[in-house]
Design a protein around this ligand. Structure first.
Ligand code: 4AD
Length: 606
């Protein structure tokens, strides 16, 4: 029947139900999808640009993208549960190099996501490994600390007793080698220190010498032993023994310690002495730390020879009946020209730090005869050469009733005498041997070279002026040329007869050539000029003319001029730079190493 093509009521009802169901399902599906979308849109968006991004400085913002998806993911500090589906914690938007111009960001691709998941897994693994390593290190540290705590606890119980009933002789270290077999008490600084399982080897210095000390038994179990550092001050008591055959130690002896303690502990760790000054420490830091550098073996040796050198000079002067005086350092007249004067305010009037005590020495010739002084001189040098200081120790002598030749002979005698004395002294000779192994005492007579011959020498040997020109008579011989010549000749030179116009006002003109002077510079290899000296003008009128020539007002020099008025006579003298002499003797690169606390342009500390 045709009606059969028509749906029955039931069929109709079923169709409506199906439609309804479909539309509900559709509605439900769409609802889920919009829920997903809204969940996604709630997630943070992180931008990634492999080329323009940066994993260290990037923030993930569009203008500050990361370079890799992994860094973007890590930035969220995500829980491990999201590792398999990184998109559940962020929308990762990637910009390809070819879409930079269009500024086109697209969601990370499926393959990108896969790669990211793999990278996350690698990252998690290395994190875990690091954490395990950290745990192991932390455990080890805790164990070490505990061990140390126990060691210290134990050490607290070890008390060394300074047994007053047992005799000990307090002594400086230099005398220890004479006290073999005796119990002695010494104080000093820990110069070197080598802890071993059963022994501690300490080299202690007290300024007079060094001593090897051996600590054993309870001596290395105390808190002081645990806390020992170099440069700590210590007191040690023990028996002096000769070192065993084949072994060496300072003085050939060592101290077997039975009691000791730290007097002042020097810091360890980051502030430890040994770390503050090293071979390659920058020169300006070394200069700042001069007070610590002076504890080093080289600086100590130089200072020790310096002391012995001054003593040798004093002895040599004393032997010659030359009397020491101590002129003032604050003056109101210049000696070596105004350009290197340090000026200061002296109660409202200008005054200077002395450049030389020469003029004062000259004033006491009539009362004390030959005189000398060892005094600081000051030069406002505007150069930073290795032989110039702003303050240096100036050894000056003035000799009366002499001729120029006598002055040169005396200088030669003094220098050779002092060198001989230092080479005969066990302490200084040992240091000279160590610091300047090829040193030979100067052979006499010293080469005496006229200034005009030196000019010839320079030209014949191609030693030019600073401007590349040949030297001519009248030229000042610059430091470099002077040093070159001295090093070539390689023996002390007495360079004599400088032109009047190059030298100070007080120098006696040469009788045979009045434009030149009876003057001398002693030049030493490696340093150059170490001594400057001359005969002095004896005649009143010549002196007045010299003031005038140099533009020096004579009034402030009335006390000096009076020497030419009240019994004038021939006399001469010299000044020797102690630091330069030491630099020559000990083969030091610069005079700065030969001064306790050197001053040069820009430095007056420490
Ligand atoms: O040659 P100078 O300037 O001579 C005089 O001062 C004379 N009045 C000395 C005298 O005859 N009593 O200096 C003498 C010596 C030089 O040869 C040099 O060794 C040293 O002093 N000297 C310096 N040393 C270190 N730094 C400086 N800036 C120096 N200036 C001079």
């Amino acid at each position: 029947m045709a009606e059969s093509a028509q749906p029955t009521i039931t069929e109709q009802a079923q169709g409506v139900a199906t439609k309804l169901a479909n539309s509900v399902a559709e509605t439900l599906y769409l609802g889920e999808q919009s829920k997903d979308d809204s969940a996604k849109s709630a997630l943070p968006i992180l931008y990634i640009d492999e080329k323009a991004g940066n994993d260290t400085t990037g923030t993930g913002a569009e203008l500050s993208p990361f370079a890799t998806p992994l860094a973007a993911y890590q930035s969220l500090n995500p829980p491990a549960e999201s590792d398999a589906n990184p998109s559940s914690v962020a929308n990762l938007m990637v910009r390809k190099p070819d879409s930079v111009e269009r500024n086109e960001w697209v969601e990370i691709s499926t393959s990108g996501k896969k790669k990211l998941v793999k990278n996350i897994s690698g990252w998690r693994k290395s994190q875990a490994k690091l954490a395990a390593e950290g745990d192991r290190l932390a455990k080890e540290k805790a164990e070490r600390e505990e061990k140390e705590r126990l060691r210290r606890e134990e050490a607290k119980g070890v008390i060394l007793v300074d047994d007053a009933s047992k005799e000990s002789k307090k002594t400086k270290i230099y005398a220890v080698p004479e006290l073999v077999g005796q119990r002695v008490r010494i104080n000093g600084w820990v110069h070197r220190f080598r802890p071993q399982k059963t022994n501690y080897f300490l080299v202690v210095r007290d300024g007079t010498a060094m001593l090897q000390c051996i600590l054993t038994g309870d001596c290395i179990k105390t808190l002081d032993a645990l806390d020992l550092t170099t440069e700590s001050t210590v007191e040690l008591v023990g028996t002096v023994e000769k070192v065993k055959e084949g072994q060496t130690a300072p003085g050939g002896v060592e101290l077997l310690v039975d009691y000791w303690k730290i007097i002042g502990r020097a810091p360890g760790g980051a502030d430890a002495f040994d770390g503050r000054l090293q071979q390659d420490t920058d020169a300006s830091i070394r200069a700042d730390l001069r007070h610590l550098e002076l504890r080093g073996e080289t600086a100590t040796s130089v200072m020790r020879v310096r002391a012995l050198l001054l003593r040798a000079f004093r002895d040599s002067f004393h032997k010659r009946r030359i009397t020491e005086v101590t002129p003032p350092c604050m003056v109101q007249t210049s000696v070596e020209g105004g350009s290197t004067l340090f000026e200061f305010d002296y109660y409202g009037a200008p005054a200077y730090l002395t450049q030389s005590s020469q003029l004062y020495l000259e004033t006491v010739l009539p009362s004390l005869g030959d005189v000398y002084c060892i005094q600081e001189s000051f030069r406002a040098e505007k150069s930073l050469t290795r032989r110039h200081l702003s303050e240096y120790t100036h050894l000056e002598a003035e000799l009366v009733f002499i001729q120029f030749k006598d002055l040169l002979d005396h200088l030669e005698d003094m220098i050779c005498d002092v060198v001989d004395t230092l080479l005969a002294d066990p302490v200084s000779s040992e240091i000279i041997k160590t610091l300047n192994p090829t040193f030979q005492p100067p052979s006499r007579p010293f080469l005496r070279m006229d200034y005009r011959d030196a000019i010839k020498y320079l030209n014949e040997n191609g030693i030019k002026k600073e401007d590349g020109q040949d030297h001519v008579v009248g030229d000042d011989i610059a430091e470099a040329a002077e040093r070159k010549m001295t090093d070539q000749i390689n023996r002390p030179i007495m360079l004599i007869h400088f032109p009047k116009l190059l030298k100070a006002f007080y120098m006696q003109p040469l009788a045979s050539a009045p434009d030149f002077t009876e003057s001398v510079d002693v030049l030493m290899p490696n340093v150059g000029e170490v001594v400057g000296g001359s005969m002095r003008i004896t005649d009143y009128d010549t002196l007045m003319a010299a003031y005038k020539r140099e533009g020096i007002p004579s009034d402030p020099y009335y006390w000096f001029t009076d020497q030419r008025k009240y019994g004038t006579t021939e006399h001469g003298g010299y000044g020797l730079g102690v630091e330069r002499f030491l630099a020559w003797l000990l083969n030091r690169w610069t005079v700065r190493e030969c001064s306790l606390y050197p001053r040069w342009m820009g430095r007056a500390t420490p």
